[in-house]
Design a protein around this ligand. Structure first.
Ligand code: OOG
Ligand code: NI
Length: 466
């Protein structure tokens, strides 16, 4: 196959993201209602906030907003995770970040598959939060052996998908027709199945150990459990949900509401109870809740210092609450968060000067018109102050472990508040994955530096640094 016939992995990802959205809309009708609510809220916010609209135009985010989704799946074995990693690679998605969820009582560790370069993210920011069950945390040895044997029997990829993954690896990609078949076949891995792989009694046993274990082990594959659109104002969507027949969780995860949004705010609504048939039943008389809805609002990516400040303030608010945030303490949690986060500067200029967030730099019209000689010797700060260069925050493309734990918990129910003494085990995760995970902070730093280099190129200034 000659290289010019290869379809760009970014375009395969864009198509796959659309196909996934269509499948999920058919499977979960509430998803359609949520998408409409988010689209109308975004349109309203853009119309009423010209500053935000112009910022999103400058960064190009406005073009990707309607496409933007993240999904989540959970797998049971190292082999499943490693093959998923290869499947996502065909679509230009790499494992970014390591999230340990065991401190919050969820027996998994995770990564997010996503595109890593800003140009690729612009074509499709589709991401998949992917968790690997930590079977070693099942304390009953018989149940653990049983779970392992059930998982060993299943095959979550179609033969054709496996063939096309290998083909892409050996030939540097897929041609048009192969890409089309790949999207169709890859989708099968994430489909919901109404029939379980275990008996009703076995399901109850797995579920009694942890509902998440039943969700992974008792099914034919890693069904996509939510697909999340990005909103520009999560508080408006949260408040309008009940009017649309959707009940959100009690608290919004992540930072409190601010003028200048940072990181990620998320809310979800309860999982659906769905009919399933166990292997000892003719009809679907059992039920399982796996799929739920979620929305998110994304803000500025933080530097290591910014992230340390965020973590400190979040922990301080949670320590003072002395409990998991819930329906009962939601108002107090909100006010504690607002109170503690007073300490986090809420103007982009301050965040930039204090090195708390990452930015993308652009040459302004004034900069383009300026005499190049007049700029000689200027620093980035000088160019910014003089208006030759503008800075816009880089959007946070990743996830937050405390928030993710809150999302898991709200969908697993309170019964799932198990305590694990396990240690975070990135090495074991990466051994299962078959490669290392990418440090997300390095990616933001690279994108920021590339934008500075580009300003230097346009303005004919060498060696500009942040
Ligand atoms: C994943 C939950 C985490 C998020 O957005 O933080 C998540 C899961 O329930 O499998 O999706
Ligand atoms: Ni999510």
């Amino acid at each position: 196959m000659s290289n010019q016939n290869v379809v760009s992995p970014d375009l395969i990802r864009q198509r796959f993201s659309r196909a996934m959205s269509d499948m999920y809309r058919e499977e979960v009708p509430l998803y359609g209602a949520l998408m409409e609510l988010v689209a109308s809220t975004n349109a309203r916010v853009l119309a009423s906030d010209p500053a935000m609209a112009s910022q999103l135009r400058a960064t190009g985010e406005i073009q990707r907003l309607d496409l933007e989704r993240h999904g989540a799946i959970r797998v049971g074995t190292a082999e499943e995770l490693a093959t998923l990693c290869r499947l996502f690679a065909v679509m230009g998605m790499e494992p970014v970040g390591y999230y340990d969820l065991t401190p919050a009582g969820v027996p998994v560790h995770s990564t997010a598959f996503r595109a890593v370069h800003e140009a690729s993210l612009q074509v499709s920011p589709f991401r998949v939060f992917t968790s690997l069950l930590r079977l070693e945390l099942i304390d009953n040895p018989e149940l653990r052996a049983f779970a392992e044997s059930v998982l060993a029997k299943r095959s979550i990829f179609t033969a054709k998908a496996l063939e096309l993954i290998a083909h892409a690896e050996h030939n540097g990609g897929l041609d048009e027709q192969q890409a089309e078949i790949f999207v169709e076949q890859a989708l099968e891995t994430f489909r919901w199945h109404h029939s379980a792989t275990v008996t009703a009694a076995q399901y109850r046993q797995l579920s009694a150990q942890h509902r998440l274990i039943a969700d992974v082990v008792a099914f034919k594959g890693p069904h996509i459990n939510h697909l999340t659109p990005r909103t520009l104002d999560i508080d408006i969507v949260q408040a309008s949900m009940p009017g649309h027949g959707i009940t959100p969780k009690a608290v919004i995860e992540g930072p409190p509401r601010r003028q200048c949004p940072i990181l990620l705010r998320q809310t979800s609504f309860k999982a659906l109870d769905e009919a399933i048939a166990f292997t000892d039943q003719q009809q679907a008389t059992g039920s399982h809740s796996a799929r739920f809805g979620e929305i998110e609002q994304r803000g500025a990516a933080l530097t290591p210092q910014g992230r340390a400040l965020y973590d400190r303030l979040l922990n301080a608010a949670r320590d003072e609450l002395e409990d998991f945030p819930s329906e009962a303490n939601a108002a107090r949690y909100d006010s504690l968060m607002t109170q503690h986060f007073q300490e986090f500067p809420d103007a982009y200029a301050d965040m930039r000067e204090q090195g708390l967030a990452y930015f993308r730099y652009f040459v302004s019209d004034k900069g383009l018109a300026a005499e190049r000689d007049a700029l000689t010797g200027m620093t980035l700060a000088g160019l910014l102050n003089a208006g030759y260069v503008r800075a816009e925050p880089l959007v946070y493309e990743d996830f937050l472990p405390v928030s993710a734990a809150g999302i898991f918990q709200s969908n697993l129910g309170d019964a799932a508040q198990t305590r694990y003494d396990a240690h975070s085990n990135r090495q074991a995760f990466e051994a299962a994955l078959g490669r290392s995970t990418i440090d997300e902070l390095a990616l933001y730093a690279q994108t920021q530096q590339r934008s500075i280099d580009e300003c230097g190129r346009v303005l004919n200034l060498q060696g500009l640094v942040c």
